[in-house]
Design a protein around this ligand. Structure first.
Ligand code: PHE
Length: 453
């Protein structure tokens, strides 16, 4: 029985390449667009605290487990799970986990691409100078006009899906490595520029207070679920994205160290984004709980007022698109690789098929902001429903099952051999988290929610 497999899809050139690609997957709209509005909607500090705890007790252990499974299986998540369950004498049904991940990836990308499309349109707004000295009312109008036009949204959504398909068709390559290596730090630097601006305006501390003073009375089941969902979404966990990147990781790289580096980069960008946005919100007396439009209603105000705003604004939105791009690739990679393995399609054909299906599903999100705005199920629009279903249910469920598979179904000798941690104390701690803390924690949050429904 083989214990070490090699990937037919290639391997990262170095450990750094994997860290960069995985960080590219993790850092994206989730950090800059979603984290601030989620924190804003869920009362700030309490949400941030639970989010950080979820990353530590669920996120990091599951990330290590996912990378480990990927490297051991060296195939698409579907086939990795099928093969490992055979090798480990576990039930065949574990293969379903891969399927669930592929579905989650397509559903997430369907709306992710629409939001990335908003960012693309703001690149144009910044370059054209229309954000210069923009007022709150005008910024609000700009955003509502954008989302009111389904045709405009379809145009940008199509463009972003095409960008994603082109890269995926060509294969996860050095291009990705380069993009993340230079563009990610540049994005962080621009967020620092925004923070600098907030400090100079004198409202910085208001933002800090909002984000770091937890008001425990605000914690309820919904906040817990949102914070847990955000931790999974932000780290790209529970759907096979990190697993597939792990499948290209060389045998010698340390899974623990690489996962830690990725999680750290991810948290840092999210917190910085929050610190950049909330001071602007409070300085302009805007609503922190305004939802998905938050960054698009606030950041133009800052870029409109600061010196060099046209350049900084354009650069910021360009980099935001890049961050979204490096995440979208990983959302669709599991599906594409599976089609290549299963049907023997070329990567190009597989990308066109997956991309087209995702594009079509994305129209639901496009319309949910305009012509279908009033159609709701459980009080949620199509976009809200997709987001809730994927981030808050499918990803944590996927993570929970991964934890159970690794902690309970795999032989310990295989796990130990593949994860190869040098410190036995850290290994024991990780094993304890993955076997007990993670599954029980996720279930607790789930069931408390079921209670209120
Ligand atoms: N982590 C990405 C972000 O924060 C989104 C993502 C989720 C990517 C799940 C892959 C898998 O934007």
């Amino acid at each position: 029985m083989p214990t070490k497999n090699t990937s037919i899809h290639g391997e990262w050139s170095s450990r750094l390449a994997f860290i960069l690609a995985a960080a590219g997957s993790a850092v994206g709209l989730g950090n800059i667009w979603k984290f601030p509005y989620m924190a804003g909607e869920n009362g700030g500090g309490a949400f941030v605290l639970i989010y950080l705890i979820c990353i530590a007790v669920f996120g990091l252990p599951i990330m290590m487990a996912e990378v480990m499974l990927g490297r051991r299986g060296r195939q698409s998540p579907i086939n990795t799970m099928k093969m490992l369950s055979q090798q480990e004498n576990a039930h065949k049904a574990w293969g379903l986990l891969g399927w669930c991940g592929v579905l989650a990836g397509v559903l997430i990308l369907s709306y992710y691409s629409v939001i990335a499309g908003w960012s693309l349109s703001y690149v144009l707004e910044s370059t054209s100078g229309s954000l210069r000295y923009i007022t709150e009312t005008k910024a609000g109008e700009l955003f509502s006009n954008l989302i009111a036009s389904s045709l405009t949204l379809i145009f940008w959504h199509t463009l972003f899906m095409l960008m994603t398909m082109i890269v995926v068709a060509r294969g996860v390559s050095n291009g990705l490595e380069m993009a993340v290596k230079y563009l990610m730090p540049a994005l962080a630097a621009l967020i620092l520029v925004l923070i600098g601006y907030s400090i100079s305006q004198g409202y910085f501390m208001l933002g800090v207070k909002f984000m770091f003073t937890p008001d425990f009375s605000k914690i309820n089941q919904a906040v817990l679920l949102d914070a847990m969902g955000q931790a999974f979404f932000s780290l790209s966990l529970g759907m096979g994205a990190i697993m597939i990147y792990g499948s290209y990781l060389s045998q010698h790289a340390s899974i623990a160290k690489t996962s830690f580096a990725v999680a750290l980069a991810d948290i840092t960008v999210a917190i910085l984004a929050g610190l950049a946005i909330f001071p602007i919100v409070f300085a302009n007396q805007l609503e922190a709980a305004q939802g998905p439009g938050l960054i698009f209603n606030t950041l133009p105000l800052a870029f409109g007022q600061m010196p060099g705003g046209v350049i900084f604004g354009t650069l910021f939105f360009v980099l935001l698109v890049f961050a979204a791009w490096t995440s979208s690739i990983s959302l669709i990679e599991p599906a594409v690789v599976w089609l290549v393995e299963r049907c023997g399609l070329t990567r190009i054909k597989a990308s066109v098929i997956c991309g087209s299906v995702t594009w079509l599903v994305g129209l639901g999100t496009v319309f949910s902001f305009n012509i279908w705005k009033t159609y709701t199920v459980f009080d949620k629009t199509v976009f809200e429903l997709l987001d809730f279903l994927t981030s808050n249910i499918m990803l944590p469920l996927g993570g929970l099952l991964i934890a159970v598979f690794v902690g309970w179904s795999m032989r310990e000798s295989s796990v130990k051999d593949e994860i190869a941690m040098s410190s036995s104390m850290l290994y024991q701690a990780w094993r304890f988290l993955i076997r007990f803390v993670t599954p029980v924690g996720v279930l607790l949050i789930f069931f408390r929610v079921i209670e209120i429904i």
